[in-house]
Ligand binder design. Structure first.
Ligand code: FES
Ligand code: FES
Length: 185
């Protein structure tokens, strides 16, 4: 007997997608296997590690604990939805790179998405608030110091730019901003 399929329509990273899935399909599997957005990582599959965190209508959620059919009609952001169209990293991604907030990188998509949600709620956190805000995400590699530094750096950059941490990065244009096209004058 085959599972009955249910059409799930979402806007993910600004693009409308609609796919028929079984009622039991997890959001993490929907993203990775049905939509081929493999930036969302799956670690524990029990809601413990946070590697699978994505933004659901702007709020961080564990995609391994969420059914795809439950998000029909929602707006989702995955780690693929953060860098600018030209590939320039989002301030949170750039800060993780600058502050050595990752080693193997497995936890990083979930860390980055949690940080985006956290900074939307608390744009000017102190290090203890960052630790508390990121406590639901586990990393096996870094010792966390770089991650805390990264979230702090990202907070400053986002405050300076006025950008919503959950939005795709937009490269500033005009005088005073570096050329990121790679073209020589
Ligand atoms: S894979 Fe979802 S919380 Fe670990
Ligand atoms: S960087 Fe390896 S698990 Fe976090």
């Amino acid at each position: 007997m085959t599972d009955q399929l249910h059409e799930v329509a979402v806007t993910v990273n600004g693009v409308h997608r609609s796919v028929p899935v079984p009622a039991r399909r997890l959001l993490s599997d929907f993203l990775r296997h049905d939509l081929r957005l493999t930036g969302t990582h799956v670690g524990c599959e029990h809601g413990v590690c946070g590697a699978c965190t994505v933004l659901l209508d702007g709020q961080p959620v564990r995609s391994c604990l969420t059914l795809a059919v439950a998000v029909d009609g929602a707006t989702l952001t995955t780690v693929e939805g953060l860098a600018a169209e030209d590939g320039t990293l989002h301030p949170v991604q750039q800060a993780f790179r600058d502050c050595h907030g990752l080693q193997c990188g497995f936890c990083t998509p979930g860390m980055v998405m949690s940080a985006c949600g956290f900074l939307a709620d608390d744009p000017d956190p102190d290090p203890d608030e960052v630790r508390e805000g990121m406590a639901g995400n586990l990393c096996r590699c870094t010792g966390y110091a770089g991650i805390v530094d990264a979230v702090g750096q990202a907070a400053g950059a986002l405050r300076d730019s006025g950008a919503d941490p959950r939005a795709r990065h937009v490269v500033p244009s005009g005088p005073g901003h570096a050329d990121t096209t790679g073209e020589r004058p």
